[in-house]
Design a protein. Structure first.
Lengths: 340, 340
């Protein structure tokens, strides 16, 4: 994550914003009859150099990649990008300008795949230091203002507390028949410095060592892991699971602004025990959790699949359940007992 | 509602903000032993002239009142005030400055009743014209900033859409054992002009006539109604129900910014049929609904008590269910089919 030039460890003013901006777009064929011959209805048909151009607009670059027939997974200088047949995911941290990618990816999807947008999700937790972001990312209100120029059926929400930790979502208010989909995100702050030691690149350990020794490798034993350990610190991993499945973890270990994000679309009927495992590995002081479940998701509603997390060491702060046209969402925040 | 001098029907620039600010405070004895002799643990012991002073700070005044042993209900120049033994409710519209009342009512409750705040709810829908409000009411962010100077355990939320209709709530994040309580609010805009005709004070009808002819009287047949018809238009009513129960309705009929609020703490197991009745009387284009249920409320959770409203003419826009320490809340918005 040093590639952005933001992490200057010599300065008192140093800040690195681990908090990601997350974009997920589902595409579908335009349905028009005048399709050029060379079109393939598959986002993975977009040439790699065009993706590199796209990432340039966002101010990040590819540092590692693992490509399978069903899923292309890229570790970026700031977080991750995933392309499957119809789903595009871009997650970027630091002061990247993720919203710059939306119009270009729509154009690429049209040009190479004859695709149009079917559904879209832009989300993020509140930043530690919003004033350090580039326009329009300094406030969610200005992000919404920009997104509303692209979509006429956008719906913008804020969950959690205005005067505390919160999480923002922009999605489309549409009633398209949707895909079976369930996505869990666990966004952690105030992490245990002892755990974060693993992710400082000063121990002579490589990425594979860190994945194993930190306990990350045991979370989802059957995934193909592509990890990257940054200089002087920071860690990113993409894990490929069967059937278009993925997991991605990004770690900013510095104590002043420690941040870990965990995201997966693995299908589970009940995530409660799994969430406990993740919290045990990272031991965060504060946790924001979200679970999206589409109407056709195998887990049923997100409320059923993400029940109360019972751990002696955590107390629930907030829990909210939202129903959209094609998805529902459970949002919850927990705080470790020793955190005031 | 003409008393505020805001409704100047001769001007193109006329706007009347029907949207209320709503404050509900539950008090409890301080528990200290050095209580003065004259103290009564009852908010109704606060002298009327002190309440009039309090309302002066908010920029409204009493226009009608109905006082019973268990409940004192006041119709105000801008909406309503209710005092029962431990519960204080103040609801004010226009450009009133409701937050000015919080510190003074806390002082009055301490002086006359030896009461301290047990729980608090400040809420409102988004204003039509926030820029016309007085400081700090021009944005919820600035209201929260003020409230945070008074309370160190305040939690502020936004439900609904940032780029559409939304509803704000400030409450206390406490775990006090609480009271059985359930409160329904239905906030309606884009109302049927034919229905609104009833509330223009040009027909020679008095308040009692209007209550009857509009269908309001039939909504809750067993309540003692105190209504007020304003010049040149506008209507307010307080209804007293058994056991500390109340209903209150406020109507701004002007087509450009029509607004009706309905609120009651009547105990029902399922509000769905009742909501339909209210919508049938007023025929709003847009509806924001909230139901609070305390942990000890007879209805169980608000989610169970406010199910989907099935009416052919309305489609659901949003539904969100929030769990707080001592209360839960169901928020929902509906839009009539002919409204784009």
């Amino acid at each position: 994550m040093d590639l952005s030039g933001m992490r200057d460890t010599g300065s008192e003013l140093t800040h690195y914003e681990g908090t990601e901006k997350l974009l997920e777009i589902w595409f579908e064929p335009s349905g028009k009859s005048d399709i050029p011959d060379k079109v393939t209805h598959d986002l993975k048909a977009i040439p790699r150099e065009r993706l590199v151009e796209l990432l340039g607009l966002v101010h990040c670059e590819i540092v590692s990649e693992k490509c399978r027939d069903d899923l292309h997974a890229y570790v970026l200088s700031e977080s991750s990008m995933f392309l499957s047949t119809k789903r595009f995911i871009l997650k970027t941290c630091g002061t990247t300008t993720l919203l710059n990618a939306i119009e270009p990816i729509m154009k690429l999807a049209k040009e190479f795949c004859d695709f149009v947008v079917k559904d879209l999700f832009y989300s993020r937790k509140n930043f530690f230091r919003p004033e350090l972001q580039q326009v329009p990312h300094q406030s969610f209100a200005s992000e919404v203002q920009y997104l509303d120029t692209l979509f006429d059926n956008g719906a913008a929400y804020m969950l959690g507390r205005i005067n505390g930790d919160c999480w923002y979502l922009y999605t489309l208010d549409n009633t398209n028949q949707n895909q079976p989909d369930q996505t869990l995100e666990i966004l952690m702050t105030n992490l245990d410095p002892k755990v974060m030691k693993h992710f400082e690149n000063t121990t002579g350990r490589n990425g594979k060592d860190v994945t194993k020794e930190s306990g990350i490798a045991d979370l989802l034993p059957d995934c193909q892991i592509d990890e990257f350990l940054f200089e002087p610190c920071g860690y990113s991993m993409n894990g490929l699971l069967p059937k278009d499945g993925y997991v991605t973890i990004h770690i900013t270990p510095e104590e002043k602004y420690s941040y870990v994000s965990f995201e997966t679309n693995i299908e589970m009927k009940d995530y409660s025990e799994f969430v406990k495992k993740v919290l045990t590995v990272f031991n965060p002081g504060k946790v924001v959790m979200t679970l999206f479940a589409s109407k056709t998701a195998k887990c049923g509603t997100s409320r059923k699949a993400l029940r109360e997390v019972f751990m002696d060491t955590y107390r629930r702060h907030d829990r909210q359940f939202s129903e959209f046209q094609c998805y529902d969402l459970t949002f919850a925040t927990y705080i470790r007992d020793d955190i005031v």
